[in-house]
Design a protein around this ligand. Structure first.
Ligand SMILES: [Cu+2]
Length: 380
């Protein structure tokens, strides 16, 4: 820099300093007057409270561990063998083959993978529901007991590429048969309920080595994240402002490339066209024509419904409750629309006793058996 330019800059800078000094209400500084002492005291208070809050938060945040195995199973879409909604109509073409080879996620109590955690019947084909509180870390120990590489890819929670469980990134992206992998996820504020959400929200997880095939396999589960402070207890992360919660998956399982288990069933189809339709199972939690059971609440129960949509272009679903309305992000309705990948959480207070229909409102899907019942038991 040239010296003339330098001195120019110096003058300008001095002028700015002068202006700022003259414009300031300048008072001589006395370090230990009462006002300064007060200020120092308050600063100290604010600082220590912030530190305390931070430490308490860290102490309260949990690391929640889950053990999940993927296993090959046989799945029956209508174990009763009947259309339980309209018995006289039967199961039509969708009843000609009911049992298929599938895969499922199962929860175990610990690393020995010997004691399976029992699930309520209404969960159907769904994998375990993992419950966490905002701020928690999650460790999911995954054992692949099946016969092909599988993974767990979670929505909503935070992870690095190694823990994405997808996209060929790291060993978690494709766990070989017989191997284990521990996924590290964080349920930070970006995974927690937002301003218009209820006190907990639902996220999907599914296998993502060949995502399309593995969703139809049945490798689907959910994580529920409860807003911090709304958990029931430190060891019970479920939300405290509801009495009952259900999770329902609306998915047309495409079984056209899958092995039908019971011999002779495939011959039951009279034509390739019939087989193609009959192998599309329009299911709620993997059951058709009212075979999903256990959606029962007591009158006046505060009920939360976690809704999931998956599949392809035909999977345009509209979940509809008879007998009761729900609040969906503050809006009143009794139909919630779901597209593939949708995750919606809605609330209701069960008012009127009854054995109510709960079904997809798409005409073609009603015919194909995407329906069941939910029951409100009268309060005594
Ligand atoms: Cu539908």
């Amino acid at each position: 820099m040239k010296s003339a330019l330098k001195s120019g800059f110096l003058k300008m800078s001095l002028n700015i300093i002068n202006v700022s000094l003259t414009e300031r209400d300048y008072k001589p500084r006395i370090l230990f007057n009462t006002r300064n002492l007060q200020l120092a005291f308050y600063t100290f208070l604010v600082f220590t409270s912030a530190l305390l809050c931070f430490c308490t938060d860290s102490a309260e945040a949990e690391t929640r561990e889950y053990w999940i195995a993927a296993e090959k199973v046989e799945w029956n879409y209508a174990p009763s063998g009947q259309n339980l909604i309209r018995p006289s109509m039967g199961l039509d073409v969708w009843g000609k083959a009911l049992v298929y080879e599938k895969y499922r996620y199962f929860q175990y109590t610990d690393a020995t993978y010997t004691t399976q955690v029992e699930q309520p019947v209404w969960m159907g084909i769904l994998g375990p529901q993992l419950h966490v509180v905002e701020g928690d870390s999650v460790r999911v120990h995954f054992l692949n007991r099946a016969d092909k590489p599988l993974s767990i890819h979670v929505h909503g929670l935070q992870y690095n590429e190694e823990n994405e469980g997808a996209d060929m990134k790291g060993s978690g992206a494709a766990v070989p048969p017989g191997d284990t992998f521990t996924y590290h996820w964080e349920a930070d504020s970006d995974a927690a309920p937002g301003p218009n959400d209820p006190s907990s929200i639902v996220w999907l997880y599914h296998s993502h080595v060949d995502a399309v095939a593995e969703v139809y396999d049945g490798l689907i589960g959910t994580v529920v994240v409860t807003k911090k402070g709304m958990e029931r207890a430190a060891n019970d992360p479920r939300p405290k402002d509801i009495d009952k919660a259900f999770t329902t998956l609306f998915l047309v399982f495409n079984e056209n490339d899958r092995k039908i288990v019971e011999s002779g069933q495939s011959e039951a189809y009279e034509s390739p066209e019939e087989a193609e339709e009959g192998n599309l199972k329009h299911a709620i939690n993997g059951f058709i024509f009212g075979n999903l059971k256990g959606l029962e609440v007591e009158q006046h129960d505060r009920v939360r419904w976690y809704l999931i949509g998956l599949g392809t272009e035909v999977d345009m679903h509209t979940a509809h409750w008879h007998g009761q309305t729900v609040l969906n992000a503050g809006k009143r309705t009794d139909v919630v629309d779901l597209l593939p990948g949708s995750m919606v959480t809605v609330d209701m207070t069960a008012k009127t006793p009854g054995n109510w229909l709960y079904h997809c409102h798409v005409a073609d899907h009603i015919t194909a058996g995407m329906n069941t019942r939910w029951r409100v038991i009268p309060k005594r």
